[in-house]
Ligand binder design. Structure first.
Ligand SMILES: Cc1cc2nc3c(=O)[nH]c(=O)nc-3n(C[C@H](O)[C@H](O)[C@H](O)COP(=O)(O)OP(=O)(O)OC[C@H]3O[C@@H](n4cnc5c(N)ncnc54)[C@H](O)[C@@H]3O)c2cc1C
Length: 392
């Protein structure tokens, strides 16, 4: 067991850290305040090659693995959570479904574009009436000749301003459960596909969230990247996305902790710096331990990722722990700033709001705990009332 980063891993992390500290952090408050997607920052991330880092080299990408991707996401999230989220989607979001499960033709067509930062793919799973119970989705697709026709409605979809396409989970039949769910790529601008107005969010306000509407939306048959009946492939790739979600939580909490440490060194009360009060020292020690424990769980999940995709158990443990850690650590960090911490001009205030999102996005903490329990007991526990129990 080796807890040291390789020279290559340190180099990619340091490159991300320099970009985050010099270019992202100084403007992070701006995107939040104006609820604008950080377009110049994303363009800059593409120029610096961050968006294509995980695309295999044969398709023009950087060819880095999931450990390095996590290091990059964590560093960028320290600088600006909004920019980091968009890069996270690019690095280990739904594009991984194409890398791992797409046909050779699809990989050749899409991955070079993704490597250049021209293709950014969001994910559309949740529906107004099917969130944690996603397999109850009522969006439907049918194959007509060489086209797939989609009717449906997705909710809470992130980054609708920045993404060029959406991997859309949809059912190809009415049977209950996951059996008929497939994954279809829908590009912005496709007739019959509409993005609703931005939803007003608590945090991550530069990542524009909206509902998606599909009304007789036709896409080429070749956009069906995961055929119905192969839901497990979508979930396998989603386990990696969950580790990215954990890395976002690590970065936001790490930045909040660093800011609070600096403040506690200089702010004086009762004639001494805050850091000299033992009550606060112990709080800082706990914050650091929680952050490190979450980091180790996340690094373990991606280090063990066989063939690039982590196990459900390790991904769910990393995500659930990191999500709860980030809520606790950012909250404690904000408390360090006293009244100033409650002002919008204090970065810790934004970090509390940004940290809160991750326990909901990507499957809630409760659903991760269900996953962990099912691995512990070696069986899935149906969440449905007994008379309605079906697989999934
Ligand atoms: C910031 C953010 C970004 C998001 N981005 C996307 C995106 O890009 N694409 C996308 O498709 N979706 C996205 N989502 C949606 C997210 O995945 C869902 O909100 C989440 O899966 C929960 O679904 P729900 O909101 O319908 O809550 P519900 O499923 O209604 O759950 C309500 C509460 O009940 C709990 N609960 C439900 N079932 C169980 C159970 N069996 N056991 C224990 N507790 C349970 C939940 O944990 C939750 O606390 C995003 C959400 C947020 C907040």
């Amino acid at each position: 067991m080796d807890f040291q980063l390789t020279a290559e891993q340190q180099a990619v992390r340091d490159r991300a850290r320099t970009f985050a500290q010099n270019e992202l952090a100084p403007r992070a408050a701006e995107w939040d305040e104006h609820e604008r997607f950080p377009e110049p920052m994303v363009r800059r991330a593409a120029e610096l090659g961050f968006l294509g880092l995980t695309i295999p080299k044969e398709y023009g990408g950087g060819g880095i693995g999931p450990v390095e991707a996590i290091l990059v996401i964590e560093e960028l999230a320290k600088g600006c959570a909004n920019t980091a989220e968009i890069v996270f989607d690019g690095l280990i979001g739904p594009i991984q479904v194409i890398t791992h499960f797409g046909s050779q033709t699809m990989r050749q067509k899409l991955l070079p574009k993704a490597a250049r930062g021209e293709l950014l793919m969001g994910i559309a799973i949740t529906e107004p009436h099917a969130g944690s119970g996603a397999t109850d989705m009522y969006s439907r697709a049918r194959i007509e000749g060489d086209e797939v026709v989609i009717e449906g409605h997705k909710a809470y979809v992130e980054d609708t301003a920045s993404m060029s396409s959406f991997l859309t989970y949809v059912k190809f039949g009415d049977e209950p459960g996951a059996k008929n769910i497939g994954g279809v790529i829908v590009d912005k601008g496709t007739p019959g596909f509409e993005i609703g107005p931005p939803r007003k969010k608590m945090g991550l306000r530069g990542c524009i969230q909206a509902d998606l509407f599909f009304r007789g939306c036709r896409v080429p048959r070749e956009n069906l990247v995961v055929e119905p009946g192969q839901f497990s492939k979508l979930m396998a790739a989603f386990n990696l996305e969950r580790c990215g979600n954990a890395a976002m939580a690590l970065g936001i909490a790490g930045a909040a902790l660093e800011n609070a440490i600096e403040y506690a060194k200089t702010r004086t009360q009762f004639g001494r710096p805050l850091c000299e009060f033992q009550g606060l020292q112990w709080k800082f020690a706990r914050m650091a331990m929680q952050l490190d424990a979450a980091r180790l769980l996340t690094y373990r999940a991606v280090s063990n990722a066989a063939g690039g995709l982590p196990s459900m158990l390790e991904a769910s443990m990393a995500k659930a722990y990191a999500n709860e850690m980030a809520i606790a650590v950012t909250n404690d960090a904000m408390q360090t700033f006293g009244g100033f911490g409650y002002l919008r001009e204090c970065p810790a205030e934004r970090m509390v709001r940004d940290a809160r999102a991750w326990a909901l996005a990507g499957g809630t903490v409760e659903i991760q705990l269900n996953n962990i329990a099912s691995e512990l007991f070696g069986r899935r526990f149906s969440q449905r009332p007994p008379q309605a129990a079906v697989a999934g």
